[in-house]
Ligand binder design. Structure first.
Ligand SMILES: Nc1ncnc2c1ncn2[C@@H]1O[C@H](COP(=O)(O)OP(=O)(O)OP(=O)(O)O)[C@@H](O)[C@H]1O
Length: 505
């Protein structure tokens, strides 16, 4: 799919990198890639170009009670001074939190807990690896534990990938350790539907964690499921921006139509583009609270993560990746690397070649069976001395501890995806790691990025001055010293030629 036919590109409004927070230079490029099927067969979001935007533009206030508005951003250390035992949570949850080794709350946990416990809908933004899962699970479990016992589903958590759904379930089981009356079940694509149906019938759980495609399957094919889901009191969209983008939105809308309107809805992500804020009414009440723990002017990536990029022609990509890996492996005996590739096919190829070169490689992507994906994911979580070559199935939410290096080969689909991929490292405020992020850019991909950017800002019409400004913004956000060449096709379409300040290509 080309950037010009990308539906997401069309709805991106002109933001203007100049207004936004400092953006890592590599974060601002997009390109055209073949798409990969999503976790549940949903078409992955098409590549596009995103712009930065000013955070906290609606002013600041204390978090509580800011209905439909943006609460004050805070940042710095990922833990606060507030201990869990100072909060209004039940002794059962507190015991489980202690057993999990959590003593102090992270910023997003501290900011969201009281508001969720008040019953408000919440849209929360916090950096990667700062404990968002506990931030929505803990108060949701508290709310559930006050309900009478039933065989209905009371808490539904939607996740964009199977690995993330499994991981959320692991965290939920930790927190439920002493809540004997509450159970959790996961339903994800790639596993046997009848098996899930049987286990649901045998042991109906109040907490369901699901990927959208499989949940829809159950709504359509599992007797009694649509009745059980009517019991949902709390709905969570984890990685909300991904779930509300074009790849998943239809499924999500359908699922939501089965759930009672009288519910509490929680949306969490490390990236909340303006479009998602506008889309949030699909799921949330108008008086929801937006909690943003990324301080105005702060970058959305972790400052302790050292990011670099390399520009090279396509034919050199492979040898560069190989050399970077060899050097890293030689320098760090405890290396643990993720190499992100753009499609399942490329992932497979890169993994195969690197394995031939005697590097310790595992691969994960949507063309692998679910059992192989789960096995590799579990192994990588526990191990050191491994390189995981992955498609974007590992880009969001997956919590692999102590990743020492993230390499992005080729351009991520958009700015948000760059942030999430990068966020697989530097988690929990870790600063010890020698971390680099390497991205390969080609002349062609920079050109494609510009095309995507232009297409997402088409409203400029025939305005030459705005086109010049757009090109300047684009080059600034990409760190280019000269504005990009404007494709002749665009100039022709706009009825323009010889625009001062622009080169045509
Ligand atoms: N209060 C806490 N104290 C210490 N560790 C915590 C605390 N809360 C969560 N963690 C741990 O922090 C790690 C990151 O948490 P989590 O995966 O929820 O982050 P996240 O913000 O959802 O990241 P992402 O944006 O990548 O999805 C996990 O290993 C989790 O167990």
């Amino acid at each position: 799919m080309s950037a010009s036919s990308n539906p997401r590109a069309k709805r991106w409004r002109r933001g203007g990198p100049k207004q936004g927070p400092a953006v890592p230079r590599v974060a601002t490029v997009g390109a055209t890639f073949a798409n990969e099927q999503g976790a549940d067969g949903a078409q992955r979001g098409a590549p596009a170009f995103s712009t930065t935007r000013k955070m906290g533009a609606e002013g600041s206030a204390s978090n509580a009670g800011r209905s439909g508005s943006e609460a004050e951003g805070v940042d710095g250390s990922y833990l606060t001074e507030t201990r869990f035992d100072q909060c209004a949570i039940s002794p059962l949850s507190l015991k489980a939190v202690k057993d999990a080794g959590y003593e102090r709350m992270t910023r997003v946990q501290e900011a969201t807990l009281p508001i969720i416990l008040q019953g408000k809908d919440v849209l929360a933004k916090a950096k990667t690896g700062t404990g968002k899962t506990v931030a929505f699970l803990l108060p949701a479990i508290e709310l559930l534990s006050a309900l009478p016992c039933s065989s209905s589903i009371n808490l539904l958590v939607m996740c964009p990938t199977r690995e993330l759904a499994n991981q959320v379930a692991v965290e939920a089981r930790k927190l439920l350790k002493y809540h004997r009356s509450l159970g959790v079940q996961v339903v994800i694509g790639g596993t046997r539907l009848p098996q899930e149906q049987r286990s649901m019938q045998a042991n109906p759980c109040q907490i369901l964690i699901a990927t959208p495609g499989r949940l829809k399957d159950h709504l359509e094919n599992t007797p009694g499921f649509s009745t059980r889901i009517k019991g949902v009191k709390v709905l969570v969209l984890d990685e909300a921006d991904r779930l509300l983008d074009m790849g998943f939105r239809r499924d999500i809308e359908k699922i939501i139509s089965f759930i009672p309107k009288e519910r509490q809805t929680l949306l969490f992500s490390a990236t909340v583009p303006e479009e998602v804020r506008q889309m949030s009414h699909v799921a949330m009440k108008r008086d929801h609270v937006f909690i943003n723990t990324v301080q105005e002017g702060d970058e959305e990536t972790h400052s302790q993560v050292n990011q670099t990029y390399m520009v090279s022609s396509l034919d050199q990509h492979f040898s560069i990746v190989y050399n970077v890996l060899k050097k890293h492996v030689a320098e760090d005996a405890e290396y643990k690397v993720i190499v992100f590739c753009t499609t399942a096919m490329v992932t497979r190829l890169v993994a195969e070649i690197l394995s031939q070169l005697k590097l310790n490689i595992r691969e994960i992507h949507s063309r692998k069976s679910q059992s192989a994906r789960t096995r590799v994911s579990d192994e990588f979580r526990k191990s050191k001395g491994l390189i995981l070559v992955s498609s974007d199935v590992s880009a969001r939410g997956v919590d692999y501890p102590d990743v020492t290096l993230v390499i992005q080969v080729g351009l991520p689909a958009d700015r948000e995806q760059y942030i999430h991929r990068l966020g697989r490292t530097g988690r929990k405020g870790k600063v010890k790691e020698a971390i680099r992020n390497v991205e390969m850019k080609t002349k062609e991909s920079a050109y494609q990025a510009w095309l995507g950017y232009y297409n997402s800002n088409k409203t400029i019409g025939r305005d030459k001055a705005r086109l010049v400004r757009l090109a300047e913004e684009f080059s600034q956000s990409m760190g280019l010293s000269v504005p990009p060449a404007i494709p002749k096709l665009i100039l022709r379409k706009m009825g323009l030629s010889n625009v001062p300040g622009l080169r045509s290509a």
